[in-house]
Design a protein around this ligand. Structure first.
Ligand code: GDP
Length: 296
């Protein structure tokens, strides 16, 4: 994962810092400059980088640190905490409720990995004992229903969809009603994407939202798209009440900037990351372990 490149760069900066005999303002500024450069080269938004720099400066006030204190350690901790903040909006992570009918609606552009993530998510809950079902309301992409059907069948997860009905709102409404009637605890609705953020896509999304009344809307984002993530995430957040994020393709060329921008634009936590094409390639997200892993 290219994300490690960012981790390596930051590690190198921190290692050079630990070799400095004296840590003064000049050394701290040089280190902050190098960390900023590493983040910018990984597509992290410049405003966020400036904020991170400011926060570290505030935490590490060299004039106020007592003599003899390990400045190096304080700086390392401040950098780590600020990196965590970049991928953690500080809001409570959504959890489904037992013995309730939790409806999850996924949104995202075509190709982001939405259908794959829906089946991964369904399998995740199914394996943990939740009565789980899938609804395919993606009537736009030919083959979406077949893809979902095959994966759902393999994982023994009930599914709903139609080859004849072309109205995604009707399919979503019917599918959710059917599974609610049968007391399913987790009902995941896969909606259609488009190549661009067209108004039709958002209209359709809103209609489905109004009809199925989801408990959580998950925005599925391709982790490899870099800077474009910010605008995309913003557009979705403005159109629908995005509650969480699944970041896909983190096994590929993800640089980290996409993740960070999406969290900043939606103020929503990342629930899971997709780490491959297989149904089990879904990892629960934790900002501290994500950053620890990144730093190696
Ligand atoms: P959708 O149009 O958003 O429903 O996208 P799909 O679910 O069909 O996924 C698009 C492509 O991305 C497929 O080839 C998936 O196998 C692939 N994909 C989805 N998630 C991941 C992931 O986490 N890692 C990798 N490597 N590929 C993924």
């Amino acid at each position: 994962m290219v994300l490690n490149e960012l981790g390596n760069k930051i590690n190198n900066v921190l290692q050079s810092l630990s070799k400095e005999p004296v840590i003064d303002k000049r050394v701290l500024d040089a280190m902050l400059k190098d960390i900023s450069a590493a983040l910018l080269s990984s597509d992290v938004n410049v405003k966020l980088v400036l904020k991170l720099r400011e926060n570290i400066k505030k935490t590490v006030d060299l004039d106020k640190l007592a003599a003899g204190i390990n400045k190096n350690k304080i700086i390392q901790n401040a950098v780590f905490d600020e990196l965590c903040k970049l991928v953690d909006p500080g809001v409570e992570v959504w959890q489904p409720k037992k013995k309730k009918q939790n409806v999850i609606m996924t949104v995202g552009l075509q190709g982001s990995g939405k259908t794959t993530s829906c089946t991964k998510l369904a399998s995740y809950f199914h394996r943990r004992g939740w009565k789980t079902a899938l609804v395919c309301a993606d009537t736009f992409r030919a083959g979406a229903f077949d893809q979902l059907k095959q994966n759902a069948a393999k994982a023994h997860i009930p599914y709903y969809g139609s080859y004849e009905e072309s109205d995604p709102v009707q399919i979503a409404t019917e599918g959710v009603a059917k599974f609610k009637e049968k007391n399913f605890e987790i009902i995941i609705v896969d909606t259609s994407g488009r190549h661009k953020q067209e108004s039709q896509l958002f209209d359709e999304m809103k209609q489905i939202y109004d009809n199925v009344n989801p408990d959580n809307v998950i925005f599925v984002l391709d982790g490899t798209i870099g800077q474009a993530a910010e605008l995309q995430a913003q557009a979705f957040k403005e159109s629908i009440d995005v509650g969480s994020i699944i970041l896909t393709k983190m096994d590929g060329h993800a640089k980290g900037g996409g993740a960070i921008s999406a969290v900043a634009a939606t103020k929503s936590p990342i629930l899971f990351i997709g780490t491959g094409e297989h149904i089990h390639d879904l990892e629960k997200f934790s900002s501290r372990s994500f950053i620890s892993k990144m730093l190696g």
